[in-house]
Design a protein around this ligand. Structure first.
Ligand code: BV8
Length: 256
């Protein structure tokens, strides 16, 4: 038995007793759906840009059409993408466990399309726009137009309803994620480089509160040294394997 399958089996054996599970996900869980991660170089005309340079209020202020078109391209990618076996395994695992909160940094909506419930979108969603005008709360579904539409309420430009670098996260979502992290007994970190804050702090809050940490990522991250279960593989394969081990254990009643 490989070290990887031994770790998956040990983790599957840990799941039935888990009281409260937090699952933090990042761009890597959507990589096998064909969506580029932030670490990946972008393709085509976007290859000369860095996401962190476009995903900012300053970039939108100075070049609204360019930023709008980048998000239009990402929306089209997300709309054409399908949830992968990793999203689907997570959605199947969720009702089998006592309490699971999925906290995602992703804006692609794939967890929800895979059937996951109770998904906290820390960084907003590609699938909605909001008015960029301060104090205006107008929200609408994005339109496939080449430049930012004008808010019908206040006349300001519409913008993607995502959280840009330098912008605060939704207070209620972050508070709920941090509180849940502080009381969970098992915390997964899946497909995230654990470099973007304050999201990256969530798994550390869980670790400090004594939760067992599970990291599923082909590469090491700053969280790896704190993880009890380190699963170096693609989540689109590792999560279905974990689900199969879990189902085998719970059906046989045997804890391996
Ligand atoms: C804020 C939405 C304050 C937009 C995104 C300390 C504390 C607080 C803030 C900071 C801090 N230090 C620095 C900051 C500032 C900054 C920050 O963290 N910068 C980083 C670069 C250091 N944080 C912010 O600006 C945040 N705001 O702090 O505001 C404030 C308070 C009050 C008033 C005013 C201001 C806002 C951060 C949110 C930014 N928005 N997304 C959009 O999508 O366009 S972040 C965006 O990048 C993603 O959402 C994601 O969070 C992040 C990328 O991270 P990952 O998801 O991890 O993706 P990445 O590509 O990095 O890694 C992919 C991983 O997957 C890799 O490890 C890879 O190995 C793995 N992988 C690949 N394939 C697979 C796989 N894993 C599994 N399976 C596979 N097949």
């Amino acid at each position: 038995m490989t070290n990887l399958s031994a770790t998956l089996q040990a983790l599957a054996a840990r799941l039935p007793a888990a009281r409260s599970v937090l699952v933090l996900t990042g761009a890597g869980i959507s990589a096998e759906s064909g969506l580029p991660t932030f670490r990946d170089a972008m393709s085509g005309m976007w290859s000369r840009f860095r996401p962190e340079d476009l995903a900012t209020p300053e970039a939108f202020r100075h070049q609204p059409e360019l930023v709008w078109r980048w998000y239009r391209w990402r929306r089209q990618l997300a709309a054409q993408a399908q949830p992968n076996p990793g999203h689907r395994a997570l959605a199947r695992l969720q009702p089998l466990l006592r309490e699971v909160l999925i906290v995602t940094q992703n804006v692609d909506g794939l967890h929800q399309r895979a059937g996951s419930r109770d998904v906290l979108e820390l960084h907003g969603s590609l699938l909605r726009d909001r008015c960029s005008g301060s104090g205006c709360t107008w929200v609408m579904a994005c339109r496939d137009v080449p430049e930012p539409p004008i808010c019908p309420v206040c006349g300001e430009k519409m913008r993607p309803a995502v959280i840009w670098f330098g912008e605060p996260l939704p207070e209620d979502a972050l508070l709920r994620a941090n509180e849940f992290a502080g009381q969970c007994d098992l915390c997964f970190s899946i497909g995230t480089s654990s470099q973007v804050y304050p999201a990256a702090e969530i798994a550390m809050i869980a670790a400090r509160a004594g939760a067992d940490i599970v990291e599923i990522n082909p590469s090491a991250t700053p969280l790896t040294p704190y993880a009890e279960f380190v699963i170096n593989g693609p989540s689109g394969e590792m999560l279905p394997d974990l689900l199969r081990h879990h189902e085998r254990i719970t059906q046989s009643g045997v804890t391996l």
